[in-house]
Write a protein that binds this ligand. Structure first.
Ligand SMILES: Nc1ncnc2c1ncn2[C@@H]1O[C@H](COP(=O)(O)OP(=O)(O)OP(=O)(O)O)[C@@H](O)[C@H]1O
Ligand SMILES: [Mg+2]
Length: 397
């Protein structure tokens, strides 16, 4: 069919034409904003899930909801290569200036701006994070240089300014597993302060499934401040809707046999559905997509996924790391005991545990339970077996 009218969106963070499922997570977020705006406390949300399940897309919807409700949403993607302090200083400044334009500043907002200025100067003494904050810094606030203390002052200041302007502020952070323990601790502590002060400000985020554990390690009260809804593969009817609704908008339908094949292949993972939808659309004659079309598209989808999703993740791995993951793949898609993987590699557990840590650090594995590890990427076991047919064979160079 006409590829120019292909309705699928197999790209990281690309909003799908039809957002399937996720009603609960969206409703929880609306409730959170409603309650905070009125001075009730409510646990904030940190969405967790494997790669490609739709976390970034959901955060994007959160932003839209916040804006519809008259909140200011400021977003950032955390990465190991971007310093968090300047990142949050610049977001806080943007949030303040957006909730409270300069012309409308009263004394209280003025004081908030002064706190922000002292924070920005403690992070970047050259003043480059201060544009628009033409006030004297507030001595003794947010200027200790210790993020843990300062960020709470900053959140409080921005929250006060937002309340003064009858608005609210939500920080939306993606990939928060990449925050250091200290940064996560500071963020959780800052939210704690704003909950105590009943301010209309919060932070919601998304990241890989190890997050609840990381947050609990950082601050023991994290579980009382946040909920960690986990999203994953779409259940049958929603997976079908994710596949068929975008096509329906273009007047194209699927045969039942085609849907079955595609559901079986994708297991309901949103990214795989988008990738399959795109491939089968381009290949089918139409206007109905048949089972034969789906069968013919499967190999193309394998190739496409390998190129765009899987292979990029192994390119920075050493041979030993690849072998470790290949051994895990041999044991199947579920979580695997570290000792079992070591056994397959004919090694002692302690010998391979540094490898395992490195893979966790790279975001390829996570530990759902003590002593276990699991792939963060759905169907990664299948990929590893395609990529490296033998455990003790040479990985491709
Ligand atoms: N609810 C949904 N219904 C249909 N398609 C979806 C849904 N959520 C996400 N998608 C599609 O799935 C793909 C992955 O979405 P997204 O990039 O948000 O995943 P992610 O969890 O952030 O992945 P990663 O961990 O790799 O960043 C995109 O192509 C998007 O269009
Ligand atoms: Mg994402």
């Amino acid at each position: 069919m006409d590829r120019r009218r292909n309705p699928y969106t197999p790209n990281a963070g690309a909003p799908p034409r039809y957002l399937a499922g996720r009603e609960v997570e969206l409703d929880d977020f609306r409730t959170l904003l409603y309650r905070l705006r009125r001075g009730y406390s409510e646990q904030s949300l940190i969405v967790t899930g494997l790669r490609g399940v739709g976390k970034t897309v959901l955060l994007g919807r959160y932003r839209e909801i916040a804006e519809d409700e008259g909140w200011v949403a400021v977003e950032a993607e955390v990465s190991k290569s971007t310093a968090f302090g300047p990142q949050i200083a610049s977001l806080a400044r943007r949030a303040l200036l957006q909730t409270s334009p300069r012309a409308k500043w009263n004394d209280r907002i003025h004081r908030s701006a002064a706190v922000l200025k002292s924070f920005s100067l403690s992070i970047q003494p050259d003043g480059s994070l201060n544009i628009g904050l033409d006030v004297d810094p507030a001595a003794g606030q947010a200027d200790t240089g210790n993020l843990n203390d300062d960020l709470a002052d900053v959140f409080e200041a921005v929250g006060l300014a937002a309340r003064e302007s009858d608005s609210g502020v939500v920080f939306l952070f993606d990939e928060i597993q990449f925050l250091s323990k200290g940064e996560l601790e500071a963020l959780i502590g800052a939210v704690h302060r704003t909950v105590q002060r009943e301010l209309p400000i919060t932070f919601a985020g998304a990241g890989l499934p190890q997050l609840p554990g990381l947050a609990g390690d950082a601050k023991s009260y994290a579980e009382r401040l946040f909920r960690f809804p986990s999203i994953g593969e779409l259940p049958g009817p929603e997976a079908i809707a994710a596949l068929t609704e975008p096509a329906k908008l273009e007047g194209v339908e699927y045969d039942v046999g085609a849907m079955d094949k595609i559901l079986h292949y994708t297991e309901g993972y949103p990214y795989f559905i988008q990738e399959f939808g795109r491939a089968v659309w381009n290949l089918a004659e139409g206007p109905r997509i048949t089972e034969a079309d789906a069968v013919a598209a499967a190999d193309l989808v394998d190739d496409e996924l390998d190129d765009s999703f899987f292979r990029t993740r192994v390119q920075r791995c050493t041979k030993e790391e690849l072998r470790y993951m290949r051994a895990m793949a041999e044991l199947g898609p579920k979580e695997q005991k570290a000792v079992d993987v070591a056994l397959l590699l004919q090694k002692q557990s302690e010998q391979v545990s540094p490898l395992r840590s490195r893979l966790i650090n790279k975001g390829l594995l996570y530990t759902p339970n003590y002593g276990y590890a699991k792939f963060t990427v759905p169907q990664f076991d299948r990929f590893m077996r395609r990529y490296m047919p033998e455990i003790d064979g040479q990985p491709p160079t």
